[in-house]
Design a protein around this ligand. Structure first.
Ligand SMILES: Cc1cc2nc3c(=O)[nH]c(=O)nc-3n(C[C@H](O)[C@H](O)[C@H](O)COP(=O)(O)O)c2cc1C
Ligand code: SF4
Ligand code: FES
Length: 563
């Protein structure tokens, strides 16, 4: 049990050797293998890989330890493993492959070429993770420890500098913590991009005795897995962010609202909470201070609207997940009527870094109004699908072609969808757009929480817009008419367009209706459901017109229009 910040610092010193050979500079014979056991690799049977590797290492009598780690981002090629020192990345593993790696690499010091990363363009094998363009072009800050530490080990996290930021802020006035987060320029990563410092300042100014910190880990966007990966890869960073938030605003209770479909994230959080409590990093009078804080998990049932803050809070309180009008905002009246700070997982995971490395470091990354890095999940028609972290302001082209190697051979990029179901499409000619909150908004889409889907010419924009509108309609909580009825009528109109029975007047009606639903809906769900329709009308109106006037689907997807 840690009694003081000094105890924590001493413990870190004692634990440092466990990471010494996992640093980029370390050299020497193989000493450890870290195998990804996040959801993607688990689905590709990485548990069997770990078991086989441990067995073989023991049978060969090697002095090599085997650990679990979080998602390295190349999930498509999983199961993945890293050999230290040297950060040699192996992909596409199975039990036979790791037995071979144990014999040839761990024992004999020879690389096993067939499981190394291959450059999709040149076919060349690249052994060391830092040399792979997919990683070299990233700036992994929130994800820096993923692939280095075992998410199930508090000792690893502490050795990597974990909880030092929390210990630091205990020596500050709470206002100084809020000021640091404001100076850093951190904006919410859950979609709206609201300045985190301003939210915390508003909560701190409330006179209430009871306050809450709620971590939004609902992640309802189809195809997005940034928040899940952060929790699976570095759960203690999220807890540390919550502790710092709690200290800054005067809250003693934290809740992580996580969807029940994320069993591994839930398990890793449960373990992390248990470990932190046992170590005296959650509970009463933390590190000998007056500050007490504890965290509980609340399981969400997986409704998209429950990611919206007021619906989320209703759900935590056991009510139906329905949005309510704001004000009052949650920072004024949230859980059980008390001031509540609601932050996204990635937002909170950035906080310890800001304290540890300084607000100026953070503010030095990104653009004038969008600071720091952002994690995206890349999906769709792209050579490398996966998870990436880049500085804000990099171009879409860099993400799609520099990191993701663009669409598979023979396919042309048509559009990139940012912001998940609430976002919009950007055509290929806007690939040089910097990815930041303002630039995307100007073009009619949003950053959202970081889902990014690449579409090629085989996609029909009307059909894709229909898919997302139907998703939004399905997920509407039904409380207000513009969203409940308006989205239904929108789907009907889109059905007529893709079915070849719509007129130009229907198209005009669709556009008008989309504007009305956007303007008149009560919460962010209804306000953003029309985005896919509006942005595809903006950039791909010709496709709509071809459907309506010529009864033709240029992409050849709409079956009723195929003659
Ligand atoms: C329909 C809808 C779904 C949302 N889903 C999420 C979500 O899954 N995760 C999240 O952090 N924010 C989500 N948000 C945004 C939250 O309402 C809220 O703005 C955010 O959690 C605040 O945290 P931040 O300031 O750290 O971004 C959603 C909003 C809407 C309208
Ligand atoms: S906009 Fe949609 S999801 Fe939001 S309150 Fe209205 S009906 Fe519910
Ligand atoms: S889940 Fe293993 S690399 Fe992503």
């Amino acid at each position: 049990m840690l009694q003081s910040t000094r105890d924590l610092a001493e413990l870190r010193q004692r634990l440092l050797p466990r990471l010494s050979f996992r640093t980029p500079a370390a050299a020497g014979p193989p000493a450890a293998v870290l195998v990804c056991t996040s959801m993607g690799c688990l689905a590709a049977k990485s548990e069997a890989v770990i078991a086989a590797l441990k067995e073989e290492v023991a049978a060969l009598g090697l002095d090599v330890t085997v650990h679990e780690t979080g998602c390295l981002g190349l999930c498509k090629f999983g199961p993945a493993a890293l050999v230290y020192p040297g950060q040699v990345l192996y992909l596409g593993l199975d039990p036979d492959a790791v037995r071979k790696i144990a014999r040839e690499h761990l024992r004999d010091g020879r690389l096993v070429a067939e499981h190394l990363f291959r450059d999709p363009e040149t076919g060349a094998a690249i052994a060391q993770l830092p040399n792979i363009p997919f990683f070299r072009r990233q700036l992994r800050a929130v994800l820096a420890q993923v692939g280095v530490i075992d998410p199930g080990s508090l000792e690893d996290y502490i050795a990597a500098g974990g909880y030092a930021a929390f210990a630091t802020v205990l020596g500050w006035q709470p206002e100084a913590v809020v000021a640091a987060v404001s100076r850093a320029g951190l904006r919410g990563r859950g979609g709206a991009g609201f300045p985190t410092g301003r939210k915390w300042a508003a909560a701190a100014a409330q006179p209430a005795k009871r306050k809450y910190i709620v971590c939004n880990a609902d992640e309802g966007d189809p195809g997005a897995f940034m928040d899940r990966s952060i929790i699976e890869g570095t759960p203690h960073a999220v807890l540390e962010g919550m502790l710092i938030a709690g200290y800054a605003v005067g809250a003693q209770e934290g809740i992580v609202y996580v969807r029940a479909e994320y069993p591994l994230a839930v398990k890793r959080l449960e373990t992390a909470i248990r470990q932190a409590r046992r170590a005296g990093l959650l509970g009463k009078n933390l590190l000998g201070s007056d500050f007490s804080f504890d965290v509980e998990i609340c399981h969400g049932a997986g409704a998209f609207v429950c990611g919206e803050e007021t619906a989320l809070l209703a759900s935590v309180m056991g009510r139906r997940g329905e949005s309510r009008p704001r004000p009052p905002y949650p920072v004024e009246e949230g859980l059980w009527g008390e001031p509540t700070v609601l932050n996204n997982v990635e937002t909170l995971a950035n906080v310890p870094l800001i304290i540890r490395k300084g607000p100026e470091w953070f503010a030095g990354i990104g653009t004038e109004k969008s600071k720091g890095t952002k994690i995206f999940s890349l999906a769709g028609s792209i050579n490398i699908t996966g998870l990436i972290e880049v500085p804000m302001g990099v171009s879409l082209r860099e993400i799609v072609f520099g990191l993701g190697y663009g669409p598979p051979a023979g396919r042309e990029l048509k559009a990139v969808q940012t912001g998940g179901p609430s976002g919009g499409f950007l055509p290929a000619r806007h690939l040089d757009t910097p990815v930041d909150y303002e630039s995307l908004k100007e073009l009619g889409t949003i950053m959202g929480s970081g889902g990014m889907i690449v579409l090629d010419e085989a996609s029909c924009m009307v059909d894709v817009a229909r898919f997302y509108t139907a998703f939004g309609q399905d997920e509407s909580c039904g409380r207000c008419t513009p969203c409940r009825v308006g989205t239904k009528r929108m789907v009907e109109l889109l059905d007529r367009i893709t079915g070849g029975t719509a007129t130009v007047a229907d198209l005009e009606l669709l556009e008008k209706l989309a504007e009305d639903v956007k303007d008149a809906s009560l919460c962010g769900l209804g306000q953003t459901v029309p985005n896919p329709v509006l942005s595809s009308l903006r950039f791909f109106r010709d496709e709509y017109l071809a459907h309506v006037k010529e009864r033709r689907c240029p992409a050849g997807r709409c079956r009723k229009l195929l003659h």
